[in-house]
Unconditional design. Structure first.
Length: 319
């Protein structure tokens, strides 16, 4: 059977398979197949371009799509800057940086989003995502895997927007995507198990650590971590403790970032959206009640590092 499959392939692929069969193992062969895939990321925000950088470095042809050309230009500039930083730190070679740049393309045309795997990383709004999914299904092949990087919306609810819901799942990267190893792979009610298996294999190829879970409010990490943020804001609001002291003491106990530093990094609006989603999903239970302190920041559009100000001020001080 294997011999017949081998003979049916083009000669140039035969040579690669021959090499892997005799000098490696089947795991390496599966990685070879995965490395030939095309990945498309929809959404050129912080998470979107971070995910695109990960795949471009790992030798995937990578397409970054956004309807906003200016945002795409910013994203491309940030990826190039990040790659230059990695070269300066001797994390990757100059040749690898240049190759990653060549593998990356940006587009505002949804018709260019033809890929083996499409990762949606746009605004956390189910109606907006549904519109994108409808456009994608008109462009991609039925066997294309489509996943959402949502951190707060139900995968089951998003799945209802599809003509082919069995090929949809969640794949939740953490910020910053190039550095954070953990990835949640979320199974919807209609997701085929082979899709989950392929996503787990894909995570392994890009050196991430996948954890599979069923769809539930907050998945695993955001649900467990909610009180890291909420209790910290409650203490700051009601116990007259500064955010600097709260962050400092949490770092002293072993956390890399304090809760306020972490919210500024993630984006206060994104963090609030997750809390509001959990609050609603659990029938407004008190332990998930959003903080007035955080709501005020979002109302003022002080969203953290991405806007230059959040719980901390990141704007350079004038002399």
């Amino acid at each position: 059977m294997m011999y017949g499959f081998y003979n049916s392939l083009p000669q140039r692929i035969n040579a690669q398979i021959f090499k892997y069969l005799f000098f490696c193992n089947y795991s390496a062969l599966s990685k070879l197949c995965a490395m030939q895939k095309v990945i498309c990321i929809c959404g050129a925000g912080t998470m979107g371009y971070g995910i695109a950088q990960v795949f471009a470095i790992k030798k995937f042809k990578t397409i970054l799509f956004d309807v906003n050309a200016e945002q795409l230009a910013v994203a491309k500039k940030m990826i190039y800057s990040n790659l230059d930083h990695l070269v300066a730190k001797d994390k990757i070679a100059v040749e690898d940086s240049e190759a990653a740049n060549e593998r990356l393309s940006i587009t505002t045309n949804i018709s260019d989003c033809k890929a083996d795997v499409v990762i949606e990383a746009i605004i956390e709004n189910i109606e907006t995502k549904a519109m994108l999914y409808q456009q994608l299904e008109a462009v991609v092949e039925p066997e294309t895997i489509i996943v959402s990087n949502t951190s707060s919306l139900s995968i089951n609810a998003l799945q209802e927007q599809f003509k082919y819901p069995q090929r949809f799942a969640g794949i939740h990267f953490f910020n910053p995507a190039p550095l954070m190893k953990l990835v949640e792979v979320i199974r919807g009610k209609q997701t085929k198990e082979n899709i989950i298996n392929k996503l787990v294999d894909l995570c392994a190829v890009i050196d991430k650590k996948p954890v599979v879970c069923n769809d539930s409010p907050g998945f695993i990490v955001n649900r467990v971590a909610r009180h890291y943020y909420l209790e910290a804001m409650h203490i700051a609001e009601h116990e007259n403790v500064s955010i600097e002291n709260i962050d400092a003491i949490m770092q002293a106990t072993g956390f890399k970032l304090g809760p306020f530093q972490l919210m500024d990094l993630i984006g206060i609006d994104i963090n609030l959206a997750v809390t509001q989603g959990l609050y609603k999903a659990f029938d407004n239970i008190e332990r998930f009640e959003p903080s007035a302190m955080q709501i005020e920041k979002v109302t003022q559009r002080n969203l953290g590092k991405k806007t230059g100000k959040g719980f901390y001020d990141y704007n350079p001080k004038k002399a």
